[in-house]
Design a protein. Structure first.
Length: 409
């Protein structure tokens, strides 16, 4: 009995404390000009509602929060779970001169010259072997593209080939990724705890935290974006045979000029105009990156509303991607719209972010997906196995896998 009284007292006190905090927050922020809306629950804010409702949450909030422009005083504002797991020196956690310096270091690692001379040959070599012997099998293309993105970056970063070391590393890395998008609750069994522990795996005895954070950031940033875009491209190509036909034409023409063992080189990559269009259209329609997060470093005025210091702003790029004025008939999968290259330089092209934080791995990501598609469509045809389901929020994924039956082309 005493136990139940104690439990009741604890719950009641927590409730009182939360309500008081909620009220205090409302009073604290009752300034003229604040965007309308509620503060949500203490600690959690509106995160759980956001993760539960996804796009509908944003739709409900859109009329109340008009946040269109990024300007001075806005720095990345990614969730605590992500910062804890990716490390305090990771590129999204730093700004000002440190960011400039880190970004410069990164850009030199993935510059067009580096891709042409060093990375593309490795990517080609990796894809050739990763995509071998898929014929006459039912495979989960989600699993295959995840392994592909991870193992390919491991090969680029550490020169590690697909082996038992890589396999061991991979399962820890997958936990890390899931942990970055979780509530930061450090209890046994939570995704956050698992992700945080995976970060501590330091088999190679690296002592420099900055290097570890950079490597984790590199692997992390290119992992989900590249794997999910590849998986969704396979999905859309399956559903749109005329697009697949056009894409195959492009790749078979490249193959026709080569011996079977010749790798894809920079000129081949640059000639893949329709492939690039397929990748952009896939990213747009699937909205692989739903949006980007920013945090205010001082009280700011945006579109007539005051945004207090320390508040987070979610720049919801999905809305832009589906805007019928920018992309006519926005819900149709139409890669041809991207054949006009000027679309890629419009300021509403937000697939790779924008401004000083624009994705430094853009060309690398496109080169990896293009090489994957090259070997996939020139070697195989495929059909979907029934029962596949896709969700688009909070991340684009096939919760039970995306199974396809593969045969030789
Ligand atoms: C299709 C593939 C990819 C997509 C769609 C994509 C998308 C994005 C987006 C939207 C941002 C902006 C985030 C923000 O503004 O807060 C970003 C940043 C970033 N991306 Fe990518 N990305 C891709 C591939 C890659 C690859 C392969 C790498 C590996 C080098 C990479 C590394 C980064 C890094 C390090 C940042 C942070 C840049 C900074 O804060 O200055 N990305 N990416």
């Amino acid at each position: 009995m005493a136990f139940f009284i104690v439990v009741f007292a604890v719950i009641f006190s927590l409730f009182c404390f939360s309500s008081a905090l909620l009220r205090w927050n409302e009073l604290r922020y009752r300034k003229k000009g604040l965007p309308p809306g509620t503060m949500g629950w203490p600690i959690f804010g509106e995160t759980t509602e956001f993760l539960k409702q996804g796009p509908n949450f944003i739709k409900n909030q859109r009329s109340r929060y008009i946040l269109m422009n990024e300007s001075k005083g806005l720095v990345p504002g990614y969730p605590q779970s992500m910062l804890d797991i990716l490390g305090k020196c990771n590129i999204a956690a730093v700004h000002g001169s440190t960011h400039k310096y880190m970004r410069g270091a990164l850009l030199s690692l993935v510059s067009p010259t580096m891709i042409r001379d060093h990375i593309l040959p490795k990517v080609d070599h990796f894809m050739r072997s990763h995509l071998s012997n898929w014929q006459d099998h039912v495979i989960d293309i989600q699993e295959k593209t995840k392994e592909m993105a991870f193992l390919s970056s491991l090969k680029q970063i550490a020169g590690i080939e697909s082996s038992s070391t890589a396999q061991e590393f991979m399962s820890e890395f997958f936990k890390l990724v899931v942990g970055t998008l979780s509530l930061p609750i450090d209890l046994p069994g939570t995704n956050y705890r698992r992700g945080f522990q995976a970060r501590k795996e330091n088999k190679y005895k690296l002592s420099d935290e900055e290097i570890i954070d950079l490597i984790i950031t590199l692997a992390y940033s290119g992992y989900e974006t590249v794997s999910t875009t590849s998986m969704m491209a396979v999905k859309y190509l399956h559903d749109h045979p005329h697009v697949l036909e056009e894409l195959r034409k492009e790749h078979l023409a490249i193959r026709a000029k080569k011996k079977p063992e010749d790798p894809i080189n920079w000129e081949d990559y640059k000639s893949m105009k329709f492939t690039r269009a397929v990748i952009f259209e896939t990213s747009r329609l699937a909205t692989i990156v739903n949006g980007v997060l920013r945090k205010t470093t001082k009280d700011m005025e945006i579109n007539g509303f005051v945004i207090p210091e320390g508040w987070r702003i979610y720049v919801y790029t999905r809305e832009v991607n589906y805007d019928p004025y920018l992309y006519p008939d926005p819900l149709s999968f139409n890669p041809w719209r991207w054949m006009d290259r000027s679309l890629e330089s419009q300021n509403y092209f937000l697939i790779f972010g924008g401004g000083t934080r624009q994705c430094p791995g853009k060309e690398l990501g496109i080169a990896e997906i293009s090489t994957f598609l090259h070997y996939f469509v020139t070697r195989y045809r495929w059909e979907e196995v029934e029962g596949n389901k896709l969700v688009k929020f909070p991340r684009v994924e096939a919760p039970n896998g995306l199974r396809i039956r593969v045969s030789s082309y």
